[in-house]
Design a protein around this ligand. Structure first.
Ligand code: CP
Length: 325
């Protein structure tokens, strides 16, 4: 039995198999129709979701599974009157897999507290736990992103990706930049992490990413200069995240973020410095004309809708991988 809490917990070979399966799922949907018809999936969403929730429910339906959706008010755990242990043991006697989305706003802004809850759930569960995004990792997004890069660029090795911070009116979790950094260094990409000073990712993630780069033959560089960091990139991956030094202190965090509102809003002209056929990625949702301008999101480099579509095939592949007997 396997959990899917971060891609880093999975071997490279197992991730490669998931990507191959994703490709087959996309090309041959009929082959897998109703293949998990005796299986069930419990889904917890303690935070809103458009892509993760809907792609998972549709994927489960196409595989013939029962999926049951729990919002924050649908279980006792949401009111913190039932322990994670009791909830996990009981539900894992009913279901074949359990997925959980929980990040700040649902728990206090204490970095890694949501990941602790997901791991506590996994400790007691008899069935696989799927992380639908916690405050440290969003592995389904990472899996989709590397699949999409391979699909568009044919290979990941020797391709330059800039993971770019962008201004956002609210502080956002670190799960996506952490996960994107870990997966792209795992696939041998030449990665530049670009952000203003004060928005560094945590040292543990950076150290792991550096190890990944050494093991898989890529590179990891850092930049505080947005325009320079975009030069010659094959992939621009934009994501906003909050300053860890002010984690949980919205007012202080805002004061750190505001100076970068204009320069770090992504403008289409920034992409002029990238390679001719570069792709612009964002996991969505995106605040148009605050995070990136319309010309960027709708422009010729943008593949954001293809990226979002691929969420369907990666969750389908994961469910099949975890639950096919
Ligand atoms: N990218 C992503 O996880 O989107 P949702 O928040 O809509 O699920």
């Amino acid at each position: 039995m396997k959990d899917f809490i971060t891609t880093q917990d999975w071997s490279k070979e197992d991730l490669d198999s998931l990507l191959e399966l994703t490709k087959d799922m996309k090309q041959n949907p009929k082959k897998y129709q109703n293949k998990l018809s005796d299986k069930s999936l419990c889904m917890f969403f303690y935070n809103p979701s458009t892509r993760t929730r809907n792609s998972t429910q549709v994927a489960a339906y196409q595989l013939g599974m029962l999926s049951v959706l729990n919002g924050i008010k649908d279980s006792w755990m949401g009111y913190q009157s039932e322990s994670i242990k009791d909830t996990s043991i009981v539900l894992s006697n009913y279901y074949n897999a359990i997925g959980i989305r929980i990040f700040p706003n649902a728990v206090n802004w204490k970095y890694k507290e949501a990941n602790r809850i997901v791991r506590e759930f996994a400790k007691w569960s008899k069935v696989p736990i799927i992380n639908f995004e916690d405050d440290q990792f969003h592995p389904l997004q990472a899996l989709t992103d590397i699949y999409t890069i391979k699909e568009k660029k044919k290979q990941t090795e020797n391709k330059k990706i800039t993971i770019s911070w962008a201004y956002h009116p609210k502080p956002l979790p670190l799960s996506v930049p952490n996960s994107t950094l870990l997966i792209t260094t795992r696939y041998g990409m030449d990665v530049t992490l670009a952000h203003p000073k004060g928005f560094e990712l945590d040292n543990e993630i950076i150290a792991q990413a550096q190890k990944n780069s050494q093991e898989f033959g890529g590179a990891l560089n850092f930049s505080n200069d947005i325009r320079e960091s975009y030069e010659n990139a094959d992939v621009i991956y934009v994501k906003s995240w909050g300053a860890r030094s002010a984690y949980g202190d919205a007012r202080k965090e805002k004061s750190l973020r505001m100076p970068y509102r204009d320069n770090w809003m992504i403008k289409s002209e920034y992409l002029d410095n990238t390679n001719k056929n570069s792709i612009f990625m964002h996991c969505l949702p995106i605040r148009r004309n605050l995070v990136a301008d319309d010309e960027t999101v709708d422009g010729s480099h943008s593949i954001v809708y293809d990226q979002a579509e691929n969420r369907l095939y990666t969750i389908k592949a994961l469910l099949y991988n975890l639950l096919n007997d």
